[in-house]
Design a protein around this ligand. Structure first.
Ligand code: HEM
Length: 408
């Protein structure tokens, strides 16, 4: 296919770019229409933005995820921890960037234990949401991101893991520090906070694992050390890295699901009225927030062999970036794609990726959001937006608000 691309590299579709930061679809719509299979020679990757191509690629379990397979000079390869290149895969990275057999070996027991924990967590999550909302209930105005949407996922994951109440404040600080790792252009002070947090979290998980081996509790860390004792092939370092990955992967994203959703409802009173009138619409509304304004822009794979996509020949070891956000607004698949409609039925979004790497935290994120949107507007029926235009974060490949000031 001959390309006439409206962008020169994929960062122009991310919050690094001033236009995309305000409206990513100002970049993604022309890209999908004019060059749905785009070759970026700057970061050395392909970018796919049509739903059919993205869905096929994320679901393909034969592809690689680990950037070690990616061509020299590619961004996918650069993202590897070069200083840890000599360590075995399980000791330098989480399941997010591992391939089989190690990916399956670690993910399968972790997913089984996490899903079982999540399945019985609804009452606990309802209580966390209610307690957090109590802290802002009497305020005339508050920042929904910092006061509500940040604490909910952090406290939830802390409870699931079994973090002691006395350590909750520190855990929150470390969780916020870890997330700074997602920002490639953080300040020296932020890097120091991130490194301090990662070391502290590592030490804390070591302590927690030892404590739960001595005396099991009703939590995920106890489940994981019990699986080890039963013979699951899981090293302590692998467990620590992947427990941290649950925080890095889950906290900011779930914050943004809540924040982006509240803003959409405040901009769309008709949709908000429907939600409040019919609680059975809540799960579908959460899916529509994920489709319309999902927290994550992209995911990636590395080609395990030569292939052709949309008439473009691709080669083994080339990296492929899938625009989840672009795919979720593809008019070939979604009618009126730019309309926020919580009663929408039909094709599912790709906001959690797919295949072997599909988001392990999706059931938890969904449960937190369903719990939140089941009560929020009942408790705050007259809320108004204060910050318009919105204050989007400048973090590339994630979409969420820096703050969302609302008035009761
Ligand atoms: C709305 C919230 C969330 C969104 C939009 C989201 C999105 C994603 C995406 C797009 C991927 C990559 C999937 C792929 O490449 O096919 C992913 C993977 C992952 N997510 Fe999430 N996520 C969310 C919440 C969570 C939560 C709550 C957790 C932890 C409890 C979590 C932990 C992870 C982990 C560990 C992976 C790597 C899985 C693997 O590679 O096997 N995420 N997520």
């Amino acid at each position: 296919m001959t390309q006439t691309a409206p962008i020169t590299n994929i960062l122009e579709t991310s919050a690094f770019d001033p236009i995309a930061k305000e409206d990513p679809h100002a970049r993604l719509k022309p890209l999908r229409e004019q060059c749905p299979v785009f070759r970026d020679e700057v970061t050395k990757t392909w970018m796919l933005s049509r739903y059919a191509d993205v869905r096929a690629m994320v679901n393909d379990r034969t592809l690689w995820r680990n950037g070690v397979h990616a061509e020299e000079g590619s961004f996918a390869r650069f993202l590897l921890n070069a200083d840890k290149a000599d360590l075995p895969p399980g000791e330098r990275q989480s399941i997010l960037t591992m391939d089989d057999p190690d990916h399956q070996r670690i993910r399968t027991p972790l997913a089984k234990a996490l899903y079982a924990r999540v399945a019985k967590a609804r009452a606990k999550i309802d209580k966390i949401v209610s307690d957090v909302l109590d802290t802002v209930q009497a305020k005339a105005s508050f920042d929904l991101i910092n006061e509500v949407a940040i604490p909910i996922p952090i406290v939830t994951i802390a409870r699931i893991l079994g973090v002691d109440d006395t350590r909750l404040e520190e855990f929150r600080d470390w969780s916020e520090g870890l997330i700074l790792g997602l920002n490639p252009v953080r300040s020296a002070e932020e890097t120091a906070h991130m490194e301090r947090s990662s070391a502290a979290m590592d030490a804390y998980f070591t302590e927690l694992m030892a404590a739960r081996r001595a005396q099991p509790g009703d939590d995920l860390v106890s489940d994981m050390v019990a699986l080890q004792a039963e013979g699951a092939e899981l090293r302590d370092v692998e467990l620590r890295i992947n427990l941290q990955a649950l925080l890095v992967g889950g906290n900011l994203t779930t914050t943004d699901l809540i924040g982006n959703g509240v803003r959409q409802f405040l901009l769309n009173p008709v949709q908000k009225a429907k939600l409040v009138a019919d609680p059975s619409l809540v799960p579908g509304a959460v899916e529509e927030i994920l489709r319309y304004e999902g927290p994550v822009d992209v995911t990636g794979r590395v080609l395990d062999r030569d292939r052709e996509v949309g008439g473009c020949p691709m080669h083994k070891s080339q990296s492929v970036t899938m625009s989840l956000r672009g795919a979720n607004r593809d008019p070939e698949v979604f009618e009126r794609p730019d309309e926020f409609d919580i009663t929408r039925k039909g094709t599912p979004h790709v906001s959690f990726g797919g295949g072997a790497h599909i988001c392990i935290g999706a059931p938890l994120a969904r449960m937190e959001a369903v719990s939140f949107f089941s009560t929020f507007f009942q408790r705050f029926p007259n809320l108004r937006l204060v910050d318009e235009p919105p204050q989007w974060r400048a973090l590339p490949f994630f979409r969420g608000l820096e703050r969302l000031r609302v008035e009761a």
